[in-house]
Design a protein around this ligand. Sequence first.
Ligand SMILES: Cc1cc2nc3c(=O)[nH]c(=O)nc-3n(C[C@H](O)[C@H](O)[C@H](O)COP(=O)(O)O)c2cc1C
Length: 416
Amino acid sequence: MTTTLASPLALPCGATIPNRLCKAALTEGLADPLNRATERHERLYRAWSQGGAGLVITGNVQIDRRYLERPGNVVIDGAATGDDDGLEALRRYAAAGTVGGNHLWMQLNHPGRQTPTHVCPEPVAPSAVPLLNHSAAQFAPPRALREDEIEDVIRRWARAAGVAREAGFTGIQVHAAHGYLLSQFLSPVANRRTDGWGGGLAERARLLREVVRACRRAVGAGFPIGVKLNSSDFQQGGFSADDCLQVVRWLGEDGVDLLELSGGSYESPTMMGAKLRGPDAERPAAESTRRREAYFLEYAAAMRGAAAMPVMVTGGFRTRAAMDEALSAGELDMVGLGRPMCVDTDLPRRLLSGECAQAVAYERDIDPPKAGLAWFCLQLIRIGDGLEPDRGLDGATAMARYAENEARTARGLVGR
Ligand SMILES: Cc1cc2nc3c(=O)[nH]c(=O)nc-3n(C[C@H](O)[C@H](O)[C@H](O)COP(=O)(O)O)c2cc1C
């Protein structure tokens, strides 16, 4: 039987995802001043749940409130939030996000050195290596984590996974991509440790693997665990496509249910389509439409060969033809969609019904292009507030409003 976007996907743990479309993780910034979920999450995730994707993954939720990706993150760290991790709010969030019968997985993250200075003046990382191409006013230089702190990261991750399950989320995704803490550990550029947590690939991958295994112990055998991983960092000396291949094999041994392939970091933002750089970028021009459209597809076929679990690819997919081709060519098992879902929450339903053959590539018209992240983030906030997306928002206004929103949210934070 041919696999189509409408085909269900059985996972190694026994769970089944109803179709092959996934709303990828998109940071919402909608938490309250104690970093708990709010009604704004419920509104946004109800819209996505009704939008037809078989799998909806949350924006990154932090496992430690000292280290935020941005001020409005949801945090699950058991610290004094007043009501037990905001469990009741998480339950309402999970209920709203599953009304459509989809899976709803919580993405768990620690940003490491990629935490803005205005929310974290003293970041931690595998080693004291600051981010390239960014000022200390944007991202303060990190200090190296002590070993006991690394053990604490593992405990926190597992605990948060257990809370996600208790609240009604149907799976978790460990964020090991895009230059955040686990991705920093994987990178020989960011990880200069000489103890058992750095050095060779086995040591650099140890934290990710221990996090996955600890999460498995916390959630039990039948609960889906996904990992988002870079196919490459696209950086000289960074985590390479060859490294990725080996890590994918190990993650199969560790019982991961779904591997999401992406790429890049704040230093080399290829996840949003910035030109690929570094040694892994030196390849012949992509020969097929689908490979020109989807940024990481040419890595996926090799990774899928090495992977014991299904593979999802996120980044650039906009046409149903490219999605269908990639599925039928066996290059992937699921298609991840990011930016289009910030505006057109029902896109998966329309792709599945055949009503729509192509997502709108809003990013192409945002001027200046660097306003893209702010533009998409503001659309999520509008939907969370019960407003329609503002498709005509101009780039300069988006940047100013986003900066103002982040500063105001940071000023309001309490309990940290
Ligand atoms: C507004 C916005 C927020 C994002 N937040 C996250 C996040 O929290 N976690 C994550 O893994 N990726 C995040 N991403 C990356 C997306 O999941 C996805 O990998 C990227 O947008 C490429 O897919 P696309 O071309 O379909 O947009 C974000 C992207 C955007 C535009």
